[in-house]
Design a protein around this ligand. Structure first.
Ligand code: AMP
Ligand code: ZN
Length: 462
């Protein structure tokens, strides 16, 4: 069997074939950097990481782009409310997001474009849409997309023509399906936007959120690419509008496969900033759980099922990981010398499970079944060194996909951070700046930021 994925656009599972043999072009919607990401957001980013790691495991070269939304309604509103510079605010939360990715062992995209770097390109794209008759300016200097100008509007979310309010307008970035109307491509500057504005043929303003992703994805991946992902809340209006804009702008097909992960929920409700029912990664690590256990928790429920977050689940995840790590330790111990038969590793079962729309539970079932057999052989001393070495190699291979067995356990652990900080202070006192800097870099790689002040050095999670 080959990889099959559930495409939101066609509402069915179908074989995945990249447009260009051997190469997958992947775009994943990144965070809106007005606050620290919560672990609900992280669930989506971990699903996308699983997809990317599995595509790579299956032999594809993956070109991955993730945007950073550093200008939109929310970022501007927050900067003004807190009297902070927009760039300083979004720069801070971008750093903190990148640090969280590192802590959770999520592979960073090859390109992480910031929306503010592409405003001129967005304005040019909007101008083309106006010229082609898909968009129109309003007297205040905003530009709206005319949804009646695109026959395919509503396909992703299955909106019927009588559910579309063509001619009516919505200026919001985010709105419900029942408000499906002409949407803003360019938003004229208004006093409540403070100093944040960019020039355009229609006067000062800023791009709409949807336009940002249409331009940044196609800038790096071309107008027609393989996979676009996000959480299910992105399906409408964000991705529906992206399809309309991109198809009308370039006159080509846009994305072949749309994948959406279900939400992380708490007590039956979506985890979200606005509901106040969220945890950040730092909240969980501060309670003594490891980053790897958080990753495992978010990774191991199928991406199209909701996942109810509980601390008991994180504790269970830690136990599962401990078992696989114990296996690694014992295989290592047993691997010196020669001889002994190999226990067949479950590569084929693992591939079959993951080929089935990333059935992670099936893949883990295969790994744990095999682990049980190996433990039995290790206990009975019937696994020779060659068998142990081959099994260890297989476990390392599987962790290329899981990303949570052979990781630096000290990452994110407060005691280990303190110990490194102490060592850095000693190095600084001794004038060993190279060592002090190396420790700073090591901690940065774990998502820990150091601040040197008059009172000494304090650390915080990024
Ligand atoms: P945002 O920063 O709000 O633009 O969200 C970044 C990503 O996280 C998007 O792909 C959202 O769909 C996703 N997301 C937001 N809340 C959740 C949640 N509770 N569970 C899973 N994914 C989420
Ligand atoms: Zn997006």
């Amino acid at each position: 069997m080959s990889l099959e994925l559930f495409n939101t656009l066609t509402r069915k599972k179908s074989p995945f074939r990249p447009l260009e043999a051997g190469q997958v072009k992947l775009y994943t919607c990144g965070p809106t950097v007005y606050d620290t990401a919560h672990i609900g957001n992280m669930r989506t980013f971990i699903f996308e990481d699983l997809l990317r790691r599995y595509l790579t495991y299956a032999g594809y070269k993956v070109l991955h782009v993730m945007n950073i939304t550093d200008v939109d309604d929310k970022t501007i509103e927050r900067a003004i409310r807190e009297d902070r510079d927009l760039q300083e605010l979004t720069g801070h939360y971008t750093e903190s997001f990148i640090a969280d990715l590192a802590t959770l062992n999520i592979l960073p995209a090859q390109h992480l474009p910031r929306a503010t770097e592409f405003v001129a390109e967005m304005a040019a794209g909007i101008e083309t849409l106006v010229q082609k008759g898909h968009a129109y300016a309003t007297p205040d200097g905003s530009v709206f997309f005319d949804i009646s100008s695109f026959d395919g509007y509503g396909q992703l979310v299955n909106l019927q023509p009588d559910q579309q309010r063509a001619g009516e307008r919505t200026a919001e970035d985010d709105y419900g399906k029942d408000q499906a109307a002409d949407f803003a491509l360019w938003k004229a500057h208004k006093p409540s936007d403070g100093p944040y504005q960019w020039p355009s043929p229609w006067g000062p303003g800023r791009p709409g959120w949807h336009m940002e992703c249409s331009i940044m994805s196609t800038h790096f991946l071309g107008p027609h690419f393989d996979i676009h992902c996000g959480g299910v809340d992105n399906i409408f209006p964000h991705h529906e509008n992206e399809i309309a804009q991109s198809r009308c702008l370039f006159g080509t097909p846009f994305v072949e496969t749309w994948l959406h992960s279900e939400h992380l929920i708490v007590d039956g409700e979506k985890m979200s900033k606005s509901r106040g029912n969220f945890y950040t990664l730092a909240d969980i690590l501060d309670r003594g759980y490891s980053a790897a256990a958080v990753r495992y928790t978010l990774l191991t429920t199928h991406y199209r099922q909701q996942l109810n977050f509980t601390f008991a689940k994180v504790a269970e995840s830690q136990k599962a990981l401990n078992r696989l790590r114990e296996l690694a330790r014992r295989l290592e111990q047993a691997s010196d010398g020669a001889g002994g038969e190999e226990v067949p590793a479950p590569d084929a079962e693992l591939r079959a499970a993951l080929d089935n729309d990333l059935n992670i539970a099936g893949a883990l079932g295969a790994i744990f079944g095999w682990a049980k057999e190996l433990f039995g052989r290790l206990d009975g001393q019937t696994l020779g060194p060659a068998g142990a070495r081959a099994a260890l190699e297989a476990l390392r291979r599987y962790d290329e996909i899981l990303g949570c067995i052979f990781v630096n356990e000290a990452a994110g652990d407060a005691a280990a951070i303190e110990a490194l900080l102490k060592e850095r202070n000693a190095a600084r006192s001794a004038g060993d700046w190279a060592r002090a800097d190396a420790i700073r870099d090591e901690l940065a790689g774990q998502g820990i930021i150091l601040e040197d002040g008059a009172e000494g050095t304090v650390w915080k999670r990024g």
